[in-house]
Write a protein that binds this ligand. Structure first.
Ligand SMILES: C[S@@+](CC[C@H](N)C(=O)[O-])C[C@H]1O[C@@H](n2cnc3c(N)ncnc32)[C@H](O)[C@@H]1O
Length: 383
């Protein structure tokens, strides 16, 4: 149910036709058009998922125009499927098709290329415009829809572990450009206390670090800092260790498998951070309490979570729609997979975090002046 209704007169309403009815009919038409567009968009995402998983985009990037036979040979796939994918991608506008008389006679001779405009969103893993992880998240989430239906009926959940590689890898890939880019270049330098602590070789605890890109990004931006990343998910920590070694920071970045709600053996950190994970936790208060302990009297406790609106409102903007989508597909069900659970979901409003922080013993929560379209940065203040 929406909280707004349209009572505006409908221009050009025929005599005898109730303006309210005509207004509702126009709204239905617009909705049909929108949902049809969503069907096409969902098919685009499925095709993008295939293109990423099968290595089609990577094979096309930097190559000249390829035939379906050449693409299939380079990716170890079946020509007939590769041809259908190439034609679909060209028809939907993500690839260019190069036609001549020969290819009009024989589709096996048609060539396809990745246009310049598609390179960044489809292949550049370090660009903030790399949208493949979002496609992977949506399509991968669809694989668990039966479990989700069941969870709706029983009040149970679908765990991060159950969601598997698609969710883990999509999450890591989606935040990697931010963590290796703006986080260390703009966001942390804009928080004077954190910047100063990291410059003088501070110790950082990264709670719920996933594949470790936030820890690695901090270590790369601050060559004197050391970082301990904690995550309860074993495969994520294995990937984080590999990533740190490849980035050349394994001497200053260590990762541990740990359920932070059960406590850690660390302590006396200068910065204790939780990047996009508090809203997933069944028991955020216990984790925040552990973060307070890890920071001691002088450490800085930083939370980065979704930049959702202060309160519910419908219809919502794109960020709100995105976050409700994540919540419905993944985060709420993940949070509810362990009981008891506070069942936050992705749409964690600032007041909700304030309540959790107070229950965890913090005195105050400050919203930091960090310019980011998707995330809000908070400082949790003790004492
Ligand atoms: C949405 S992911 C965020 C990962 C990473 N911080 C990022 O931004 O890409 C949430 C992470 O929190 C981890 N997590 C959930 N509960 C945890 C707990 N009790 N202790 C440690 N990590 C936990 C999950 O395994 C997952 O990797």
């Amino acid at each position: 149910m929406t909280t707004t209704t349209s009572t505006a007169p409908v221009p050009g309403t025929a005599p005898g036709v109730d303006a309210g009815t005509a207004g509702q009919a126009a709204r239905t038409d617009a909705l049909v058009e929108r949902l049809f567009g969503s069907v096409l968009a969902a098919m685009d995402l499925q095709a993008v998922y295939l293109g990423d998983r099968l290595g089609y985009y990577r094979a096309l990037a930097g190559a000249g125009p390829l035939t379906s036979t050449e693409l299939a040979a380079r990716t170890g796939t079946a020509e007939r499927y590769a041809r259908e994918w190439l034609e679909q991608q060209a028809v939907t506008g993500l690839l260019d098709a190069h036609d001549d008389d020969a290819s009009r006679q024989d589709p096996l001779r048609r060539r396809f290329s990745l246009p310049w405009a598609s390179v960044e969103p489809l292949t550049d893993e370090l660009s903030p415009n790399f949208l493949v992880p979002l496609a992977r998240f949506v399509v991968g989430g669809g694989k668990h829809v039966d479990a989700l239906v069941q969870a709706h009926r029983t009040g149970g959940g679908v765990s991060w572990e159950q969601m598997g590689a698609d969710a883990r890898e999509a999450q890591a890939a989606a935040n990697r450009p931010l963590f290796l880019g703006a986080l260390g270049r703009e966001h942390l330098p804009s928080i004077p206390d954190v910047d100063a602590a990291l410059r003088r070789g501070g110790r950082v605890a990264d709670i719920g670090c996933g594949f470790g890109w936030s820890s690695i990004g901090i270590a790369l931006a601050y060559p004197e800092a050391t970082v301990d990343g904690y995550d309860v998910d074993g495969p994520s920590i294995e990937a984080a260790r590999r990533n740190a070694a490849e980035a050349g920071v394994a001497d200053r970045v260590r990762f541990s498998v740990a359920d932070v709600a059960a406590g850690t053996d660390g302590g006396a950190y200068d910065v204790v951070a939780a990047f996009e994970c508090i809203h997933d936790l069944p028991d955020p208060v216990t984790v925040l309490r552990e973060m307070r302990r890890l920071a001691g009297d002088d450490g800085f406790v930083l939370v980065m979570d979704e930049r959702v609106a202060e309160s519910f409102g419908a219809p919502g903007d794109e960020i709100e729609r995105l976050m409700y989508g994540y919540s419905l597909l993944c985060c709420l069900a993940d949070g509810m997979s362990t009981q008891p659970s506070v069942a936050t979901g992705t749409v964690m409003r600032p007041d909700t975090l304030r309540r959790y922080a107070r229950e965890a013993g913090f005195r105050d929560v400050e919203v930091l002046d960090v310019a980011d379209d998707f995330f809000r940065f908070y400082r949790l203040v003790s004492g």
